[in-house]
Design a protein around this ligand. Sequence first.
Ligand SMILES: [Zn+2]
Length: 196
Amino acid sequence: MLSKVVFLVVCASVTCFPRLTNLQPPFSFYTRSDWHAQPATDLTPLSTPVPYVIIHHTYKPDACASHQECITAMQSMQRYHMESLDWGDIGYNFCIGNSGDVYEGKGWERKGIHAGKANGVSIGICLIGDWRVDQPPQDMLVATKALIQMGVDRGIISPDYKLVGHNQVMATQCPGAALFDIISKWDHFANKFSVA
Ligand SMILES: [Zn+2]
């Protein structure tokens, strides 16, 4: 009994278990302030863990190769979503650039506006660019998977989540045929979106 207590005390003070949340993610992460986001007016919380991850492309704006181009893309999407569509913020939870840099949109804790009835049960990830014909760069795909895993590790995305494209929730070409073909081969891909 005593040895068990000693073990627990030692374990609590040293590192007996990997603390995944403290590890650096394998991508560069840019917060809203990094891309100079306007303050959001829609702050609806997301109830977590969510059972779905929804993948999008932008179609427009075009793919961004440099950090500055990606910042410009984020700002233009937010402007369009707020000023033309009156969504109160950029609609996506996260967006990803060509080099695999991740940009915070609504983030982990706020409900996105990106896929109609799926908004309240999903994290929406947008791969910036038009992926109907062209395939996204490998770095972008690697970052997408790592971001999803980060969401699972944080308890935001359910460990048995289902992965779907926007086109499985609504009538749209998003996320583009080339990207859809890729995600349809990933773990957790589901043939159908259905809200329980
Ligand atoms: Zn979409």
